[in-house]
Design a protein around this ligand. Structure first.
Ligand SMILES: [Zn+2]
Length: 823
């Protein structure tokens, strides 16, 4: 499902980009002259797209003449049981001897019992304690033993089935907005493999919940299921979402991260003045699935593949029309064993992957699939060459090897310094300023366009009067829209953030950082050594308001640059293992920005306001009536967002709550004598241990346990289970109350009488609640932490040795040390 793509860092409107990104079709196929720069000799012999005869047979499949009758047949598939009480099953004819489709018509029921951790979301969506669905028809696609099982159980006297049902399932996959997944190419993987297939897909026309339910078992972990192996979802365009997704009951698939691992990419890319992109990718990959002949890649659908070759020989490939299930797959000459390596060269091109925004501004729409890619997070080494129009400047991931002007083109060569999670670029009529840091040894560059894009220019032209039919006062917006003037601000933010984070987390994997601006104001993004900052970040809040770009000037929108720079550590030096761990990438980036804030501000006010904003984001009800804090644990990640809960819910959860989780750990590790020393040691250990790899939530927990204080050991087992169960895997939100007074003790010392009450929690809820004193001079003093368990109060008299003047007051949770209810 495009909206749930995990690669989309920092998207403000998670749905907007994938659906809006493909503009109206302008051309079909790639004009040959645009490919003139590439050798064409081998292409004459290469097969066209979708021409493989076995693929064609699967693509054009309809029900055949074979039908059987069934009664009380149970099909068990992992956590699901399909009970076919009575009815008829019709099959598709075999392809390469394998039957891969069936339609059931009759009376049936479908029950799913997911792992306990999945029950919360399922209950929220079904409002029931179990998922049980009835149906009168069902379409099955499979490469497993389904055909044999049904044949074994058949009873005499079969009726017929409607091929229209089968056709509907094909249409849903090929044309529907939600799926757009080439299931035929997926089935072909198994049909052309010598290994037994294990795919099972059921289109359930449910009577109770939705008539477009999809239950899937796929050991390859398809993208539309967040790369999980088993899942239940709805594909109704007005009501869609993943209801449950989890690993096969036999355990996790081996080699998580996809069908293949790409080792090396050589990418030669030309972008014309009109934004047309043509590319030649030489891709060396290692196969992870035994018996693979059909290899799937991600490639932006409007980039049309011209040819695929290996050793000069043309290979068959699959890529359907760009508005349909355009997934790109390559068919190898023979099946490979797991661990085998292979190199292919792909020639491709098309228009809508990059958008010409006017004034020398270009917006790269395709961010992780402008070349044939495996999956975001697969660590690949890159050699890249870009040809762009003269006068333009390129900023790309990796180290700049050379730059030349050649025949009306600007030609740059780039090489990855370490294997990267992804490769990308930004270019335009850029001005550049740079600064060389020594601690760490790193080059920071700031790129901004000399001219505004058309949409800003349009506003400027209307200066002097109100825009018709809107509340935008263009005159007021002028003057603050110059972005080159702010090139220094971006550079300074990049420098300072890099220095602060290096001090806290140790060095990142990179030696360079390019901060660039993008015209799309809905989000920012960070790739290795390359950051895109929405140009509206540089407009002031009044202007953003006038432009109708109120994303809420809270949280992320106050700290876009420091947040995106922090992803150089969180996401790219240390990767996240799956969508379940993505809260660490976004949350840690957001929390890092709070450290940045505390360093640039002399007062603590911005820091405190920041955490206040983050808490508000978590506790506000969205349009659908949900508070992010209640909807589910951070480990549900982008799966939390669906038609029921609202599509911005995950953003409201994993950013602020992920940030709070790390902030709480920092504050628990803090002490008056050594400050953040222990926290820094833990984070530096974490970065060092997982640099160039991906970390899971449990691996981070183990790192916290390695560095925890004795005080943090609330359960006396050197584990942080209590904290992770409460805040990472749980959804509790405690409330606190403080009663306090001051006395003078017999020896003349000030004595604090204190009563701290914890409420609205489960009985085993533990917390360390910090107590601060506001001293007579107005400064804040950290006194210590109250150990609380369950809904209880603790009372204590604390002699304040050495404090001469009576403090003004005692305060709990002054720095939002603990995520708690504000009242
Ligand atoms: Zn982010």
């Amino acid at each position: 499902m495009p909206s749930l793509r995990r690669a989309l860092h920092c998207a403000v409107v998670s749905l907007a980009r994938p659906f809006a990104s493909i503009k109206q079709p302008l051309l079909l196929g790639v004009p040959a002259l645009l490919l003139a720069g590439f050798p064409l000799a081998a292409q004459n012999a290469t097969p066209g797209p979708n021409s493989d005869p076995t693929y064609q047979a699967l693509r054009n499949l309809t029900l055949g003449g074979e039908a059987v009758s069934v009664s009380n047949l149970d099909l068990k598939r992992d956590a699901a049981t399909f009970h076919l009480r009575s009815g008829t099953i019709c099959f598709t004819p075999p392809v390469q001897g394998k039957v891969t489709g069936a339609v059931f018509v009759g009376d049936g029921n479908f029950v799913i019992t997911p792992p306990p951790a999945e029950m919360g979301m399922l209950k929220l969506l079904t409002k029931a304690n179990e998922f049980s669905e009835n149906f009168n028809h069902l379409v099955l696609r499979f490469t497993d033993s389904t055909y044999d099982e049904i044949k074994k159980a058949e009873t005499p006297g079969a009726g017929g089935c409607d091929n229209g049902l089968f056709k509907d399932s094909q249409n849903a996959m090929r044309h529907g907005q939600v799926l757009k997944y080439n299931l035929d190419a997926r089935i072909l993987q198994d049909v052309l493999s010598p290994e037994p297939g294990r795919l099972f897909v059921a289109f359930v026309h449910g009577k109770r919940y939705n008539d477009k339910e999809l239950f899937v078992v796929d050991p390859h972990g398809p993208g539309y299921l967040m790369h999980e192996e088993v899942g239940l979802m709805t594909y109704d365009e007005n009501k869609f979402g993943v209801w449950a997704a989890f690993p096969l009951s036999g355990g996790r698939r081996s080699g998580a991260g996809g069908h293949i691992h790409i080792e090396h990419q050589v990418l030669d890319t030309t972008i014309e003045k009109n934004a047309n992109l043509t590319g030649k990718a030489t891709t060396t990959f290692e196969v992870r699935v035994k018996g693979s002949r059909v290899i799937p890649f991600t490639l932006f659908p409007t980039l049309r593949v011209q040819s695929v070759t290996a050793d000069g020989q043309g290979l068959a490939f699959i890529q359907e029309e760009k508005h349909e299930d355009a997934d790109f797959s390559v068919i190898l000459p023979k099946p490979l064993a797991a661990g085998d390596k292979f190199t292919i060269t792909t020639i491709y091109g098309g228009k809508e992957a990059v958008s010409d925004e006017g004034g020398g501004n270009y917006y790269p729409i395709a961010r992780d699939d402008w070349y044939p890619n495996s999956a975001f997070g697969d660590r690949v080494s890159y050699d890249m060459t870009f040809h762009i129009p003269k006068g333009m400047k390129m900023a790309a991931t990796g180290e700049l090897v050379s730059e030349a002007n050649d025949g009306g083109q600007n030609v740059t060569v780039w090489k990855s310094e370490v294997p990267q999670t992804v490769a990308g670029f930004n270019f335009g009529r850029f001005k550049v300023e740079e600064a060389k840091l020594t601690k760490p040894d790193l080059l920071v560059q700031s790129f901004a366009n000399e001219n505004p894009p058309s949409w800003v220019e349009g506003l400027q032209r209307m200066a002097g009067g109100d825009l018709p039919g809107s509340h935008i006062q263009a005159g007021a917006a002028l003057g603050t829209m110059s972005t080159t003037g702010l090139i220094k601000k971006a550079l300074a933010e990049g420098e300072l953030a890099t220095e602060v984070y290096t001090d806290y987390f140790g060095p990142s994997s990179f030696k360079r950082l390019a901060i660039t601006q993008q015209t799309d104001c809905r989000y920012g993004q960070s790739w290795p050594e390359l950051v895109w900052i929405p140009m509206c970040y540089f407009f002031d809040t009044t202007v953003r308001h006038q432009l109708g770009m109120d994303f809420g000037d809270r949280g992320y929108w106050k700290v876009v640059t420091p947040h995106e720079v922090a992803h150089q550590w969180w996401g790219h030096t240390v990767g996240f293992d799956s969508y379940r761990d993505q809260w660490m990438s976004e949350g840690f980036a957001e929390m890092s920005a709070s450290i940045y804030l505390s360093f640039i501000e002399k007062s603590q006010q911005k820091f405190i306001t920041f955490w206040n904003d983050e808490r508000e984001l978590l506790l506000e009800r969205n349009a659908e009536g949900f508070r992010a804090i209640d909807a589910g644990p951070v480990t549900m990640g982008y799966r939390m967002s669906n038609s029921r809960t609202g599509f911005e819910l995950t953003r409201r959860l994993i950013y602020p709550k992920g940030a709070y989780i790390l902030h709480m750990i920092r504050m628990m590790m803090h002490d008056n004598r050594t400050g953040d020393q222990r926290f820094k040691e833990m984070m530096q250990d974490f970065v060092k241990t997982y640099a160039g790899k991906s970390a899971t939530t449990e691996e981070f927990k183990a790192m916290v346990e390695k560095h925890m204080t004795r005080e943090m050991d609330m359960e006396g087992n050197q584990k942080m289970d209590w904290f992770f169960n409460e805040y990472v895997y749980g959804t509790q939100l405690p409330s606190y109350k403080l009663d306090s007074s001051f006395d003078t003790g017999t020896d003349g010392d000030v004595v604090l009488n204190i009563k701290v009450t914890q409420s609205n929690v489960k009985d085993d809820f533990h917390m360390l609640m910090p107590i601060y004193l506001e001293l007579a001079d107005g400064s804040m003093f950290f006194l210590g932490r109250a150990r609380l368990t369950g809904n209880k109060s603790i009372e204590q008299k604390v002699p304040l040795k050495g404090i001469k003047a009576r403090p003004r007051r005692a305060v709990l949770n002054y720095y939002d040390d603990v995520l708690a209810s504000p009242n």
